[in-house]
Design a protein around this ligand. Structure first.
Ligand code: SAM
Length: 286
């Protein structure tokens, strides 16, 4: 590395030289720990043929390391002020392209095709915490272009992503993500590995896009509608939450009949259902 971006004093000097301060509103907490960087890179399993999409490169800490292993790295950074910094830290890496854009505004499938053609990419990102869920949703919606993702997220979000039924973190985000991805928590990360330190601890999670979804569902829109309705009123029984859902439009009789056909006890709460059980309800309703 030409720049030791893992040294807090060098990071401070670099920012001072550009008259910059970390921007809270953009979730700027820069990684300053070699061990954690190594864990991210190892979990990504990059090789000389890999193509990488990085979200929020910041000062280029993960970017530099990914570029030394992969064929190509495209890094999308929203903060225009960091572009000159990135030109200095990673500009000489010929396989790196920095794109100054708000990731949430990208047309992701066509963006990925324009950069990587038909090849599936590996996503890495120490995500800005204020938009984690929409970012993950957007990535999963573009799953045809993605092989796996290694993401740094808040501890609490990692627990939601990996949650089992009937636990506190289990919710519609869990079902959405686990339906399409295998989820593994790679490591817990203390807040002190960032400059500045955020208010909460984090986790590195790895999401592998499944070859086919976790359950057999014909009508995915209906399936997710059922899931959202069940968690919308998670303390109520399934019969109540499904028959009270304005989006499903089922009365008590319809909801009761669907649950009976699916073999699911109507007095259970939605938060206790596995993905397979939600799928059984969707099939029974279809
Ligand atoms: N990857 C760097 C690291 O590990 O040190 C920086 C991580 S920092 C937690 C999040 C980065 O995402 C910041 O550089 C921030 O400017 C950028 N960012 C915030 N919102 C973004 C968005 N909507 N699109 C792209 N980048 C964004």
């Amino acid at each position: 590395m030409n720049f030791n971006l893992l040294s807090p004093s060098e990071v401070k000097r670099l920012l001072e030289r550009y008259v910059l301060r970390p921007k809270k509103r953009l979730g700027q907490n820069f990684l300053i720990d070699r061990n954690v960087l190594r864990k991210i890179i190892e979990a990504a399993e990059l090789d000389a043929g890999s193509v990488v999409l990085e979200i929020g490169p910041g000062l280029g800490t993960v970017t530099q390391e990914a570029a030394s292993l992969a064929a190509q790295v495209v890094a999308v950074e929203a903060d225009r002020d960091l572009i000159p910094v990135l030109s200095e830290t990673v500009g000489r890496c010929e396989n790196v392209e920095i794109v100054n854009a708000d990731f949430l505004q990208l047309d992701l499938p066509s963006f990925l095709t324009s950069r990587f053609g038909e090849k599936k990419c590996i996503v890495v990102g120490n995500l800005p915490y204020y938009i984690t869920s929409p970012l993950i949703t957007k990535l999963i919606e573009a799953r045809e272009h993605i092989e796996r993702m290694v993401l740094m997220v808040q501890q609490e979000v990692a627990e939601r992503l990996a949650a089992e039924p009937a636990t506190e973190g289990y919710g519609s985000l869990t079902v959405f993500v686990q339906y399409y991805c295998q989820v593994r928590i790679v490591a817990r990360v203390k807040r002190t590995v960032f400059y500045p330190a955020p208010e909460v601890d984090s986790s590195i999670v790895r999401l592998d896009i499944r070859e086919s979804p976790a359950a057999a569902v014909q009508d995915e829109a209906l399936f997710f509608n059922i899931v959202r309705s069940a968690f919308g009123q998670r303390r109520k029984t399934l019969l109540k939450s499904l028959s009270g859902s304005p989006t499903l439009g089922w009365n008590r009789e319809t909801a009761g009949a669907v649950l009976a056909r699916a073999g699911i006890d109507p007095v259970r709460r939605g938060e206790t259902l596995s993905i397979d059980e939600f799928a059984a309800i969707a099939r029974a309703a279809g």
